[in-house]
Design a protein around this ligand. Structure first.
Ligand SMILES: Cc1ncc(COP(=O)(O)O)c(C=O)c1O
Length: 388
């Protein structure tokens, strides 16, 4: 209680927290201050992609801490060069801008999309279409981009130039595309919005219209990227590569890092002085990211992610309380017939399992390298609660 009291007295109450003081973690398990153990099916919201304190990852990070912990972006570092090269080569992108979070990666994408259009067409072509029920972050621009009314309170005025289209509604998309539009920004699977994958026909229509009109497609893969859906990028499920893709969360295995990837058209759009971040591309984060990428792109890793996802789904299909299962790979949403998702998350915590919620669903984002024994134990706990 001492930690919670101290915390509640001094830390702004901007989050609803569970009464759990996390103390240490190893593999896919963590312990609280009383040494109670939890299996983690949430990964710190998809961030600890290799679980807690993976040995190779921790060695690389600690080595970097003892070698060079930070350099301003006035200089070059080998570790950032290596990370940029691996990231671009493995995803098929040309250049990358590094920052520290998903919202920052999306801020960068918004600025880059507007600048691409300004450089080529001049003023007035600045509108960015985003989808109803999307989530793009908590900064002023990314909140303005977020297509959920519930986030559009208190902080007026929001930024101009964002128009929302109903996800999967091609007619709405067509009706709202005009000569002011410079980009369409989407999550292939809306994460915070409830783990809803976009229809392929809608994604096809977005790309067809955008390519024809030189409108950029921006894929927000902050939650879906870096192996989470069983592909390195979720766009691969749709056979698509956006002009700009944003990444964060799992990219550096639990160290703050965001990345904005640029394809051929936009690879040189940000020129000196147009964008920056003091910590962006920090050597420690890049050292962690190098290990994450090496593992996630290693032979058979993503096949295993898909097999584990199948195992989870097969367990859920047998569970009477489950209405349906959504998502791809290890990004899973569970719709329930009668029970309330946040009650399930609280009950799971009691029983030693961490799960997330997304709107009315239970959401699972387990570490990508979770093993079958941990999966089985976690699923035993979850299904017993769902059926109880
Ligand atoms: C799709 C998506 N975009 C952006 C963000 C914001 O990321 P961050 O919290 O790192 O700023 C999130 C966070 O949940 C997200 O899921």
């Amino acid at each position: 209680m001492e930690t919670i009291n101290k915390f509640d007295k001094h830390v702004m109450h901007s989050y609803g927290r569970y009464p759990l003081v996390m103390n240490a973690g190893s593999g896919r398990r963590c312990t609280d201050e009383n040494n109670k153990e939890y299996i983690d099916f949430g990964s710190g919201i998809g961030t600890n992609s290799l679980g807690y304190c993976d040995n190779e990852w921790a060695d690389a990070v600690c080595r970097q801490v003892r070698t060079l912990q930070h350099s301003s972006n006035y200089y070059y570092t080998a570790v950032q060069a290596e990370f940029a090269e691996t990231l671009c080569t493995s995803t098929g992108y040309e250049t990358v801008f590094f920052c520290n979070s998903g919202a920052e990666a999306n801020e960068c994408a918004i600025k880059a999309a507007r600048k691409y259009s300004f450089d080529k067409y001049g003023r007035g072509r600045h509108t960015i279409i985003t989808l109803v029920n999307s989530f793009h972050g908590r900064t002023m621009a990314t909140l303005s981009a977020t297509g959920q009314e519930v986030f559009h309170n208190y902080f007026f005025p929001f930024l101009e130039g964002f128009v929302n289209v109903i996800a999967n509604d091609i007619d709405d998309l067509k009706a709202k595309i005009d000569n002011t539009v410079c980009a369409v920004m989407l999550e292939y699977i809306q994460g915070e919005g409830g783990v809803n994958a976009l229809d392929k026909a809608f994604v096809d229509a977005v790309y067809e219209i955008c390519n024809r009109r030189d409108i950029l497609v921006v894929a927000d893969e902050v939650q879906t990227g870096v192996g989470r859906t069983g592909k390195l990028l979720a766009g691969e499920h749709y056979g698509k590569k956006a002009d700009i893709t944003t990444l964060a969360k799992g990219i550096a295995g639990g160290i703050p890092m965001g990345a904005c990837l640029f394809g051929e058209k936009v690879k040189d759009v940000l020129t000196p002085g147009t964008h920056g971040s003091t910590f962006g591309g920090n050597p420690i984060a890049c050292a962690g990211g190098n290990v994450v990428l090496k593992k996630v792109t290693g032979e058979g890793f993503l096949d295993e992610v898909n097999k584990k996802a199948e195992y989870i789904k097969s367990r859920l299909e047998k569970c009477g309380e489950v209405e349906s299962v959504s998502g791809l790979g290890l990004m899973i949403g569970i719709s329930l017939k009668t029970k309330n998702a946040s009650d399930i998350a609280k009950a799971a915590l009691e029983k030693g399992l961490l799960v997330l919620t997304a709107k009315t669903k239970v959401r699972l984002l387990p570490p990508l390298n979770i093993d079958y024994a941990e999966l089985e134990r976690g699923m035993d706990i979850l299904t017993a609660i769902l059926e109880g």
